[in-house]
Design a protein around this ligand. Sequence first.
Ligand SMILES: *Cc1c(COP(=O)(O)O)cnc(C)c1O
Length: 408
Amino acid sequence: MKFPSMAEAAGRTLGDEEVAAAERVIRSGMLNSVWGTEARLLEAEIARMYGVRHAISCSSGTAALHLSVVAAAPDPGDEIITTPITDFGTVAPILAQNAVPVFADVDPADGNLDPAAVASLIGPRTRAIMAVHLFGAPARIDELRALADAHGLALIEDCAQAWLTELPDPPAPEDQPAADGLPAADGAPLAGGTPRLAGTVGDVGCLSLQQWKHITCGDGGVVLTDDDERARRMRLFADKGWDRVAGRSHASFGLNYRMTELQAAVARAQLAKLPGVVGARRRTAALLLDALKDVPGVRLPRPDGHAWWLFPLVLPGGGAPELAADLAAAGIPARAGYLAEPLNRAPVWAAPVYGSSRYPLEGYRPAACPEAERLVAETLVIIDWNERYTTEHVEAVAREIARSLPRP
Ligand SMILES: *Cc1c(COP(=O)(O)O)cnc(C)c1O
């Protein structure tokens, strides 16, 4: 059975709407978002979907994460705590701003940051926490928010794999004493019925439109924030520090991280399809969860709020490489571990950073993260997920997993 892939038309939602969007931009003669309209409209549409004051488009998810680090304003040598199980695009921006990534261990149930591990690493140089909603499962973001607030840190959410991931209800106000020790005053009620989305609890949330994400324009990124000053700093950095209102005048250091009008127009057409994409993935993932509920030796992901970028399975007793090999041999797009090694073990930490210089990593050696290392080496299997999967695809996956497990 052929499984549709994110790398081909049959596994994407790219169609006439995206063709029309690209043609509209090309015929307009304006492909650059400084003078065009598409990127500004994309930003307004995403801000409305997420209920945030600012959405700022940029050239990639990595660029979005770089903007988020810029907004956190670490001094050179400051530390940012993050997870070792993620795309390198989470970590590269920390180095690009001369800050030091500090890897905290993860929850062995889902590979998301363990707030207790994060808490144990907060020190005098810590400037921010970068959480990743891994594979689309909500990270424990309210606990991380409370930690960040208690220590005066910025909180960044990497939602590259987590479009429309829904968060559990926030802790009740009586559990959250105000900073002055008095009970919190009754706040404004949450908008009725609207789920809280991953990306709206951190100071900045980051999205990716790269080829393998839920929706795509090839490459692209968006940052979300409610903070006017952070938004101003991120817009400036993404446009060479150029305050366009002040003429050809540069206010601060920045790069060119602008999204093009072609990217933005295609992304707008994709955005309209996003709820359908996530809804379809949730439906088929629920079928697989049900089919696997009695298979021994497997820890199934919690479905709550999950956006199912991938379908992860954890085998607490080990054997992930063997299961992944069985599934792959049966034509199912599955792999063990997600990464070759967790990022705390990546070769990059022994290499020079700029030219021959190791700054800011002199003497740097990331600490062990035993849970992350065990997930990657022994217990985690990921199955590519796709909005085009049918009941037959789910049944084939369930059948092969049951056939392979339990192994003698
Ligand atoms: C894809 C991804 C990124 C990087 O996004 P790009 O658009 O590829 O630069 C960062 N973090 C996570 C978790 C990702 O999955």
